[in-house]
Design a protein around this ligand. Sequence first.
Ligand SMILES: *Cc1c(COP(=O)(O)O)cnc(C)c1O
Length: 352
Amino acid sequence: MYQTAHQENDHIIDLRSDTLTKPTPAMLEFMMQAPVGDDVYKEDPTVNELERRIADYFGMDEALYFPTGSMTNQAAIKIHTQPGEQLIADTYAHVYNYEGGGVSFNSGVSCKLLDGNRGMITASQVEEAINPPDFYHSPLTSLVCLENTTNKGGGACYDFDEILKIKEVCKVHNLGLHLDGARLWNAFMATGQDPKVYGETFDTISVCLSKGLGAPMGSVLVGKKGFMNKAMRIRKVLGGGMRQVGFMAAAGLYALDHHIDRMVEDHKRAKELEAVLLTNDLVKSVDTVETNIVIFTLQPDDSQLFTNILSKNGVKYSDMGGGKLRFVTHYDYKENSHKKVLSLIESQTKKK
Ligand SMILES: *Cc1c(COP(=O)(O)O)cnc(C)c1O
């Protein structure tokens, strides 16, 4: 029989990522009821419904369901570029750091990386990074990729005014503008920004259903018609054409209805983790928490002490390197686990 995370592993508290959630019994029930067909023929009614729903949500022309967020990003990069060209992104960008080198593997494109603030770049940085198009010695700049919220930047959210300024630069220089919105729902929840305005501003947006929303898989690429007419072929080339995948798309539909509003709990718990970490003298600093990611840096001499306490008590975290640790809150991280983590951090200080 199906078991939830807590039944299986009562002693483990997993804060490594919001991808670790398992479908709830209600989500599974909904998935089992989904009408399906062959999605490569575009005949899966549940996938079609999910795509329509997300396209409408952003007020964009078309959406396409993919297995992963890496694949939606990689498809977008392929849509916007030709081999030999260059994209602009922050040094922290997921497309550059965590997609297996796909930018060069799939599209033959290089990255101009900018040192932004917590994974976010500015319009003037972008403007400066564009290679002059008539200077044929350097790669042709053709795309800007932004990320919101930023993963390596600790769940920080873009100021929309800056995005608008970046859009202006893209217009003037004829560059595509793609958004890696793997955690865009978290950004909307935290800032109250309007998805339709995002839809007007970006050429393509990728969103994930398997992060905070808790579906077992799935990502959707949404965009303007002129760009999306290439997306089906590229998805096929990347091996992402799937058949009766409506069962999985149903999890996404279920999550859109039931798992968005509850993310306020994840954000609240992340804020509470931030607060207790700030009072702990084994912790050197905590990146300001805006959504569901908490990145903090340990005092170099005490890092072992701190991580031992977590490990001994079954609390899993991500090691970001350089003494930085990451917690990510999610729907399988419940109040009882949260209380336990808070009191663990509270009790274990240098003074005690
Ligand atoms: C998780 C994530 C993705 C997609 O990852 P997949 O594991 O391939 O679904 C893309 N961008 C960001 C910022 C992410 O955090």
